[in-house]
Design a protein around this ligand. Structure first.
Ligand code: ZN
Length: 488
């Protein structure tokens, strides 16, 4: 493969697509003519990076490090939907700098960076026109710089920075739920910007706002508050008060997540059988409750097989049994039902696991020793870092995926021979690891061996597209298009 005559160098933190467009322009071509896809998406970026490596004669790893995938999951989310992600669905660029040099930065693609701090400007959504607004004032720029510190490469992957991203998101969710023209109190420029917005409400619970002005009126103030304990207490307190004044289900659900010491769970003490397991269980309960309160972890975020990076697509039988035990334990704890003898059966049903032959209680049987407790806490922390994927929803949508199988067969040609059941199970295991019968698992294993890397990539992309297409992005009004297990 020959490289191009003109090969522009990537700028610091430049988006890979921006580099692709500049490369094409410098060579008087359209990106498509050079085999560079122009669509957005984490997986398209990988293809752009691979192709640019050839065209620019640069190491592939270097270009891959310029994609959004190089950011931690707490920021970019996973390819699956229904989870917290800072990644918005429009493309933001600087109305001044990008117009001059054609460069679009990666950090601008996250809703925590609505300002260009160089010129400085409020960013714009590419392809839309906005009247030139007044440049951000010092207060706004300082807040933006404060948030941006954690985006610097040397900090980005530290646990502290990731915790701050998660905290910031949570605070934005809380504040945005009752934001209006007068609250929270904002400094001059942000206040004026909010006054221009017809309806200031931004529902971060579904996804971050897709326009920079809406993001700026929430994220900058939340960033300031996070850096100052007194200010944070005040903002949280006011937000909770405003939520409590609203009398609807959504507000009550939010309140439960944000107010410590929610009822039920703390009043009832765990009833555990032995002196030995009691302290372990009590400290496990505390750890899980803390994650629930501060991070919003819920039973619906638990996969049936909470695999880690070292697990293969289909873990061994013993390993599966252990993973299922951990999932059930975590589910019961998150449901606050460790004292309830029916909780385990309910958790197994929700996770899509077969009922246990005899009625028992994962907690009361003394089945939680120190090692297992440590694993359960680690799983919970991992689910938070991965961005709280809604596995309950994924399981329901992938339970009878007739449309999925025909879609992927259409989109990916030359697939190895496999039944619809096996293909569907392969897709499901990649989205939400969980049980299937042994025959199907054997088929999935064989199919997985026969796939080449490109087919695998296309297949994963087709699943994403399918899930996007069948889901109109309404979280509250969501009704599964497929029958649940009672009628299937
Ligand atoms: Zn700029």
């Amino acid at each position: 493969m020959r490289s191009l005559p003109v090969r522009p160098a990537p700028m610091v933190d430049e988006m890979i697509q921006s580099l692709a467009v500049r490369t094409a322009a410098a060579n008087f071509a359209h990106p498509n003519q050079l085999g560079l896809p122009t669509a957005r998406g984490l997986r398209t970026e990988q293809r752009v990076a691979a192709r640019l490596a050839e065209l620019l004669d640069m190491p592939a790893e270097h270009l891959t490090s310029l994609t959004l995938s190089a950011y931690p999951p707490v920021l970019r989310g996973e390819a699956q939907r229904r989870q917290r992600t800072w990644l918005h669905r429009t493309e933001w660029a600087c109305p001044r700098c990008s117009r001059l040099n054609g460069v679009v930065l990666r950090r601008w693609q996250f809703s925590l960076h609505p300002l260009c701090v160089q010129c400085p400007s409020l960013l714009t959504v590419v392809g839309t026109h906005r009247e030139d607004s007044a440049p951000p004032d010092t207060a706004a720029l300082d807040a933006q710089r404060l948030i941006a510190q954690d985006l610097e490469p040397e900090r980005l992957h530290t646990a502290g920075a990731q915790r701050r991203f998660a905290d910031l998101y949570l605070l934005c969710e809380l504040v945005s739920a009752t934001v209006d023209q007068d609250w929270p109190r904002l400094p001059g420029w942000e206040h004026d910007l909010r006054a221009e917005l017809s309806q200031p409400r931004t529902d971060w619970i579904r996804h971050p706002p897709s326009s920079p002005d809406r993001a700026a009126t929430v994220v900058l103030e939340c960033g300031r508050a996070l850096a100052n304990p007194a200010r944070q207490r005040l903002l949280r307190g006011e937000a909770i008060e405003r939520l409590a004044a609203r009398d609807d289900d959504a507000a009550r659900t939010l309140l439960r997540r944000f107010t410590p010491g929610a009822p039920d769970t703390e009043r009832r003490r765990p009833q555990v059988p032995s002196q030995r397991t009691q302290p372990v269980l009590a400290s496990l309960i505390r750890a899980i409750q803390r994650l629930q309160r501060t991070r919003g972890l819920q039973p619906r975020h638990v996969p049936a097989w909470p695999v880690d990076a070292t697990d293969s697509l289909i873990p061994t039988r013993d390993r599966r049994r252990e993973l299922e035990h951990r999932a059930v334990t975590l589910h019961v704890l998150l449901a606050g039902r460790w004292h309830d003898p029916n909780a385990e059966a309910d958790a197994r049903r929700d996770l899509g696991l077969r009922p246990h032959p005899r009625k028992r209680n994962a907690m009361l049987d003394g089945a939680v020793d120190a090692t297992r407790a440590a694993h359960v806490v680690r799983i919970a922390e991992r689910l938070v870092i991965q961005g709280l994927i809604d596995h309950h929803d994924l399981r329901r949508r992938l339970a009878a995926p007739t449309g999925l199988v025909s879609t992927v067969r259409q989109k990916v040609t030359g697939l190895p021979i496999a039944s619809g059941v096996v293909l569907a199970a392969w897709c499901r295991l990649h989205q939400s690891p969980g049980p299937a019968d042994e025959v199907t698992l054997a088929g999935v294993r064989a199919l997985d061996c026969d796939l080449d890397p490109e087919q695998r990539l296309f297949l994963l992309e087709a699943i994403d597209n399918y899930l996007e297409a069948v889901d109109p992005a309404r979280l509250d009004s969501f009704q599964p298009a497929i029958a649940d297990e009672r009628t299937a």
